[in-house]
Write a protein that binds this ligand. Sequence first.
Ligand code: NAD
Length: 511
Amino acid sequence: MNVLVWRSLIRSPHRCMCTVTGSSSQVCHPLNYLDGQRVDPKCTQTFDLREPATGKSLRFVASSNEEDVDMAVRSARREFKAWKKFSGFERGNVLKKAANIIRMRSEELARTEVLDTGKPIYEARMDIAGCADTVDYYGGMAAGISGEFLQLSNGNFNYTMREPLGVVGGIGAWNYPFQMATWKSSPALACGNTFVFKPSPFTPLTAVMLGEIYKEAGLPDGCYNVIQGEGETGALLGNHPDVNKMTFTGSVPTGTKVMEACAKGIKHVGLELGGKSPCIIFNDSNLDNAVSGAMMANFFTQGQVCSNGTRVFVQNSIMGPFIAKIVERTKNMKIGNPNHEDTKVGATISEEQAMKVLAYVDIAKKEGASVLCGGERVVPEASLSGGYYMSPCILVNCEDHMTVVKDEIFGSVMSVLGFDTEQEVISRANDTEFGLAAGVFTNDLKRAHRVASELEAGSLYVNNYNVYPVGVPFGGYKKSGLGRENGPEALDLFTQVKSVYVEMGDVEAPF
Ligand code: NAD
């Protein structure tokens, strides 16, 4: 999320009064997108799409089978021949137009994202605005994608070209559906690849809208396709012999399967996986900022954020005041209908996920942690009784060996841990198989940089947390993933280098 975007959204007085419900076209129309059209897949097997806010079924969605996946990949392969010949400038123009259309349709996109995810509307607006910026950013970068020139002896020379990989397959998780579709497709398309995306079965709606937006912006039909489905559809895509790269966001176990499929086919692979990140608060930090940061590290999107700093390490000398402030502010967060302007906590994605989170709170209590607030199912109003609402939870008396401190929960459960020294907290913060993100709050400039350089994570925050300005690379160390999204690095990962040696003299052969 871009903080500047956030501020401008908060100040913006003009908003269309658009509503998106279960009977809206975004939900009722076909949800596969092939050759520039919404289409129904061949498969008759379906899955139930439920609205997290109410728990009610929105519709049944057909799960794409082998034939559907193959049609999408063939369409992307066919169009690749033409799209790769567009200049970077031309491709960039399409993306920049798409970014503007996203901005024009932002309220509709945000409302659809709320319907799909259950996240509060204020957050969905921030997400969509950030996605428009990302598509714009790669639109601007496209014209500059180029190789290098190397002068050699005797007038000979070599040049390199950055060429697209071919057909890129994308698979997404459910917490940031439109963001995953845009963060993956826009750099892929900017580089001249074509794209087939499988969204999470929990959140199929906005990826199809992105297809329509790209088409309106001038993207040739077949360059961006969507296949809906569950794990089997994802496996079909990852194993398809004509896919050149997979870019995946999801859990470590599924990421391992995607990587295995790519290993079999010697395909490029990018993995954005889970985390259990530390947020470290030293006693010299501004306490109000540190409390705000710890809340931002835990409570966006009902805690279902991969980069969350769920292990909050607080220097023991400020533990009392820190706890008093954070508990007070957390209790004040409004839990409610995600479409309401003042809601700060919406619905968990599914009943299964909510039960999993509540079970972790129980395990924490059994292992000796104490609940200071939250960790309970909530019914904000009678009409939402089927939804999956939970109060954000703060746990104290936590220890490093506890299940709740080790596992990625993917819910609003903050574990507060005390520490005394810098060296101690660095070693404890790094004692995890994950390495997605980490935060440090301190007013000591040298310590901030010293600790940031010691922490084993791909995204570091000093005196803030979970901010994602456009252009800043994002990705994990250790089991949190491979590769980077959202920055210039992504362009390297969606291209391959062709090296061309040019002889200007005669060939001197030894035989
Ligand atoms: P998941 O791994 O269960 O599913 C992710 C996607 O993979 C879904 O679209 C699913 O249908 C698909 N899938 C399932 N089995 C598959 C298979 N065998 N082959 C191919 N695809 C398959 O994850 P989730 O529950 O949707 O999301 C939560 C996880 O995602 C958390 O671990 C979270 O940390 C992670 N995540 C990471 C990032 C990041 O950028 N690092 C961002 C968001 C979420």
